[in-house]
Design a protein around this ligand. Structure first.
Ligand code: NAD
Length: 523
């Protein structure tokens, strides 16, 4: 620990000790990758090698092998669910205060190792130094937020009113049983630790299937939990492809509930199949196509900074990334010019270096998607800046593409398809109403931003915008940068099914079901 706390709103960090520690950790992480043997599956108390393995490489430098991980089969998944089922009576029967204490110790262990974990994450998924430190700290804070919620509700046990003196009723919230967690690559710790944190705090036991790219970080979270006293079996880890290991987990009828975070395509299929037999909670947090509205009254400096950070941060691979901007026609030319200048000013260095902001795309498929989108924009509209793979110097070793601004016609697929790349489309609008109508004209409803000076404009935007997470005049991120306990994070429409947001006051309850207990005392 360096004493310097980084969140997603941290714009820069001048703490020399932090940077010296990060520099050392980047080199140490690379050595750790080379020295670490294959990672097993964790099924109950058993570490299983797996019949086959897969390796992952760093998107920062495709010659760096991050790790070799066991491929979990359908049988491994079934055994992990069985182990979680066997562990459920003891874990759910453990006093909730003890469960919370174990979780808090895990959170502290994650915070204590933040620099090491952030460096490993930087290599594994290509996060910049500050973004990776933010992800690690968010993981710890999500765990803490849910234990705090459990304490705040005193374990969710409360006496109710009486209808007769001899009749006492208690309302209790009880865990479901085995909870599946399936996580995406882009927040490889926070979106493992958050859902697992809530599920375990509530007394469920967990089987985790992380993204293949992100398996190293998932093991780190597992180690922190078990190291802090969460019994193996209460937590199980099966790595492997989504189409096999993930699908086997979703299909397991013994699951009491499931949290999926990832693309809308996969999430919607999971959501519609999970309750085919009987209702079971499937919390699916999914994709976005997040708009920013810039009114004529806006402070353009704030707007350009906020949009640049949200459109280009993590290579546009945040579910909350800004990918559409609706700008008042009177200022759209100036906005585009200034955004292009801001993009050009991003240092052409990788994410692991001090001051690095650029992140590579996760793999070759993502680069191909970006290139196809740029071609589409060039054919039907205008590429204002960027538009190419970056191959100079060390960037040529990874999947780097230039931050890109395009202007395309209203019927372009670039307005509706989630691209997950540093590309934002800009359109001129004649009024705030038109901007809000266009902002809402997608199936998604995750995040949205507004830049405007007039209170009436702000009120109108807040009343009509269809998104779960909304920011106004935020230079630190027009649509990005939510923090547990500060900005609850969840999507509307095709972006999320829960209606209750992660890191918010109503999230933990989704992992519990209510039981009303009336006991009549004998005369
Ligand atoms: P993805 O949907 O490809 O994969 C997510 C997870 O699902 C992975 O663990 C994958 O192995 C697994 N999976 C894939 N197919 C499966 C199947 N048939 N059955 C079960 N599991 C399966 O997503 P990704 O590329 O890892 O992440 C990017 C996506 O995640 C984007 O769409 C982004 O918007 C979304 N996301 C949403 C949020 C949010 O909070 N709303 C947060 C982060 C990412």
């Amino acid at each position: 620990m360096t004493g310097f706390r980084v969140t997603y709103a941290t714009l820069s960090a001048d703490d020399e000790r932090l940077h010296a520690a990060c520099d050392g950790a980047v080199d140490a992480a690379r050595r750790a990758f080379a020295e670490h043997g294959p990672f097993p599956l964790h099924v109950g108390t058993e570490d299983r090698a797996g019949a086959t393995t897969f390796t992952t490489v760093s998107p920062v430098d495709c010659d760096v092998v991050v790790g070799e991980f066991a491929v979990g089969t359908a049988d491994d998944v079934a055994d992990a669910v069985g182990a979680a089922e066997a562990a459920f009576p003891a874990w759910s029967g453990t006093d909730w205060r003890e469960r919370c204490a174990a979780r808090d110790r895990a959170a502290d262990a994650i915070s204590d190792a933040s620099v090491t974990l952030a460096a490993e994450m930087g290599w594994e998924v290509g996060k910049s130094r500050l973004e990776a430190l933010g992800d690690v700290e968010e993981s710890a804070d999500l765990i803490r937020y849910y234990t705090h919620a459990m304490r705040q509700h005193d374990g969710f046990e409360q006496p109710m009113e009486r209808l007769a003196p001899a009749e006492a009723t208690f309302d209790v919230m009880r865990p479901y049983g085995v909870w599946g967690v399936i996580s995406p690559f882009n927040y490889p710790m926070a979106l493992v630790a958050g859902p697992m944190g809530a599920a375990l705090t509530a007394g469920n036991t967990v089987v985790l299937k992380p993204s293949e790219v992100g398996s190293w970080c998932a093991h780190r979270v597992y180690d922190a939990l078990v190291g802090a006293g969460v019994p193996p079996g209460a937590v199980n880890l099966v790595t492997g492809p989504g189409e096999t290991a993930g699908a086997a987990l979703v299909a397991d009828r013994r699951l009491g509930g499931l949290t999926f975070t990832g693309s809308s395509e996969v999430g919607m299929a999971i959501h519609s199949s999970f309750s085919a037999e009987y209702p079971r909670p499937a919390i699916c947090e999914m994709g976005g196509k997040n708009p920013v509205v810039v009114a004529a009254s806006a402070d353009l400096g704030l707007a350009v900074e906020g949009v640049a950070r949200s459109a280009f941060g993590l290579g546009g691979q945040k579910c909350s990334a800004a990918s559409r901007a609706f700008v008042d026609a009177s200022i759209v030319e100036e906005f585009c010019a200034r955004l292009a200048n801001r993009a050009a000013a991003i240092p052409a260095v990788g994410p692991l270096a001090r001051g690095g902001f650029l992140s590579p795309l996760v793999d070759d498929d993502a680069v191909a998607r970006y290139e196809a989108a740029v071609a589409e924009a060039g054919a039907t509209g205008e590429v204002v800046c960027g538009g190419a793979r970056m191959t100079d110097g060390e960037l040529g070793r990874g999947n780097f593409v230039a931050p890109t601004v395009v202007r395309v016609p209203a019927d372009s697929p670039l307005w509706t398809t989630e691209l997950f790349a540093p590309l934002i489309a800009v359109a001129a609008v004649d009024s705030l109403d038109e901007a809000i109508d266009r902002a809402n004209a997608t199936p998604y409803g995750l995040t949205a931003g507004l830049f405007a000076a007039e209170q009436e404009e702000i009120d109108t935007f807040l009343r009509h915008i269809e998104a779960g997470v909304v920011y106004v005049n935020r230079a630190a991120g027009a649509t990005t940068g939510a923090w547990p306990g500060v900005q609850p994070f969840g999507g509307w429409k095709r972006s999320g099914t829960g209606g209750k947001a992660g890191g918010g006051p109503y999230y933990l309850q989704q992992y519990l079901r209510e039981q009303s207990r009336t006991i009549v005392s004998r005369p």
